[in-house]
Ligand binder design. Structure first.
Ligand code: AHM
Ligand code: MG
Length: 333
């Protein structure tokens, strides 16, 4: 019989000398939040949660009702137990300090409660992405700067995918493990141990409608993929674009692929679309731990020193040999 996520994390904790159980408790609170989000997403129109909330987030994007609901679910499940010092979310302008009535812990949590939410009204997969950092030594009242740590400092990263099955995929820096929600017993069960991304792929994912805004190295790479064997590559390529990064990364973890939301000149001052702290860093940690690579094209994403809570970065991740090829095109440019 496969083991539950709870059993898995308690067994992992036993290998960490001096572990207090704080981290195990935190992951189990995150798990409960993801189950509640899975429930809300799954009921959809039956419980009236589809459609726009009529508000905008800090990025100027229209919020869906479910963006607001899932943000609240994540906050409420993770604020009370004493594991966290503060949280930061895609849906909130500022960091969220733990309310005064609760004890404060040593971890920081960043998250995108409902990634790919433009897909929610059309019943296509969406997900939750999260990243856990340590609060700097002695800091019980964190400020925004305390969150601005490079991705290499992450203690854990994960995502929940609300697809035909609900899954939770996590890394603590010792490989990547995937769990599937068994709704009959209400537990995430280990179904995908030690996930690995093949080094080679014939599948790319990019929003082609942005082509005219890309830089030359990305234009060159995609142009070569499109031409395949007729244009100097040794193979032909297939394309996918779900517009849910979680679904895209999950496909890559399952059968390989390259995902790109590269630098573009579509909107002045925005270096691509995805956010470093709660999208690019956690996904990079997972992809690297599964043997893949993740870069802006010029730098390893996890080594970037963040300059702001909602900073955007170009993202090129997935099968190692293709990511390295795109990086090499940037070097030559
Ligand atoms: P979101 O956090 O507002 O949902 O935006 C992030 C999503 C990613 O999941 C996805 O890769 C991308 O936006 C899709 O963008 P586009 O609409 O340009 O295809
Ligand atoms: Mg997002």
């Amino acid at each position: 019989m496969s083991k539950s996520l709870v059993q898995f994390i308690i067994e992992e904790q036993r290998h960490i000398p001096g572990a207090t159980g704080d981290f195990t408790g935190l992951l189990s609170d995150i798990e409960v939040a993801c189950k509640q989000i899975a429930h809300a997403v799954n009921k959809g129109a039956l419980i009236g949660v589809l459609g726009s909330a009529g508000s905008e987030n800090v990025q100027g994007e229209t919020q869906k009702k479910l963006d607001v609901i899932t943000n609240e679910i994540f906050l409420k499940n993770n604020e009370w137990a004493g594991h966290l010092a503060a949280m930061a979310s895609e849906e909130m302008d500022e960091i969220y300090p733990i309310p005064a009535q609760y004890p404060r812990g040593k971890y920081l949590l960043t998250f995108d409660p409902l990634d790919g939410s433009s897909n929610i009204d059309v019943n296509i997969s969406v997900g939750t992405i999260f990243s856990i950092l340590r609060a700097p030594e002695g800091v019980t009242n964190p400020k925004t700067e305390d969150f601005l740590q490079p991705g290499t400092k992450q203690v854990c990263a994960g995502y929940a995918l609300y697809g035909p099955a609900t899954m939770l995929v996590i890394t603590t820096g010792h490989g990547v493990n995937g769990f599937t929600l068994d709704r009959d017993i209400g537990e995430f069960m280990l179904t995908h141990p030690n996930m690995q991304i093949p080094a080679d792929t014939q599948e790319f994912a990019i929003n082609m409608s942005n082509q005219r805004y890309w830089e030359a190295p990305v234009k060159r790479y995609i142009d070569e993929c499109m031409k395949g064997k007729d244009g100097g590559r040794e193979k032909n390529f297939n394309m996918r674009w779900v517009a849910s990064m979680v679904a895209e990364v999950h496909r890559i973890l399952t059968r390989g692929g390259i995902f790109m939301y590269p630098f573009d000149t579509k909107e002045a001052g925005k270096a691509g679309k995805l956010r470093l702290l709660y999208e690019a860093n956690p996904m990079s940690f997972i992809v690297e731990q599964a043997g893949g690579a993740s870069s802006t094209g010029r730098e390893r994403i996890m080594e970037l020193k963040p300059s702001g809570l909602h900073q955007r970065v170009p993202v090129i991740l997935g099968s190692k040999n293709e990511v390295e090829r795109v990086v090499s095109y940037h070097k030559g440019a």
